[in-house]
Design a protein around this ligand. Structure first.
Ligand code: FES
Length: 159
């Protein structure tokens, strides 16, 4: 059950874009921008409010990879595992982050909601491989050591 404040915020977002089907994507983007994920309950609520079938809203949300139904951490780290990065040893970077944060391919977010670690297929910065992003900011030529330093810095900033 979501807190009432989630619905109040969602009402504001809906009012901003208007109760019409074409508002669906911008509303979902704003909700995700606010909470760093798209709670399923809110998607159901939005669909009803703007007159879109719930199944349609879900299919749109799942079509766009950018929408997430899972809560994410304050810092979303995406480790590139595209070919260029893989060749330049992105796997040990991912392993180091998983080990440091107690995460795995099945558990992506730390219990304190500070970090989410995911992989992506290419960040479009292959010349700087191996790369990772933190909340969409690119960090070039990474190593396991540099990744751990980055986590330590973010921990410092996040407390
Ligand atoms: S393969 Fe990693 S940035 Fe392209």
């Amino acid at each position: 059950m979501l807190d009432q404040s989630f619905y109040q915020k969602t009402d504001e977002i809906i009012a901003h874009y208007g109760k019409k089907a074409s508002s669906l994507i911008p509303i979902m983007q704003d909700i995700q921008g606010e909470y760093r994920y798209l709670p399923g309950e809110l998607l159901t609520y939005v669909a009803k409010e703007i007159g879109v079938k719930e199944a349609k809203a879900y299919s749109v949300a799942t079509f766009y990879e950018n929408f997430s139904f899972e809560p994410k951490g304050k810092y979303v780290i995406k480790v590139c595992d595209g070919t260029a990065c893989h060749v330049r040893k992105s796997a040990p970077i991912l392993e180091a982050l998983f080990k440091e944060l107690g995460l795995s391919q099945k558990k992506h977010t730390t219990d304190d909601m500070l970090f989410t670690v995911e992989t992506v297929s290419c960040l479009g910065a292959c010349g700087l491989a191996p790369t990772l992003t933190v909340n969409n900011e690119v960090h070039p030529t990474m190593s396991p050591e540099k990744a751990l330093e980055l986590v330590a810095e973010l921990r410092g900033a996040g407390v």
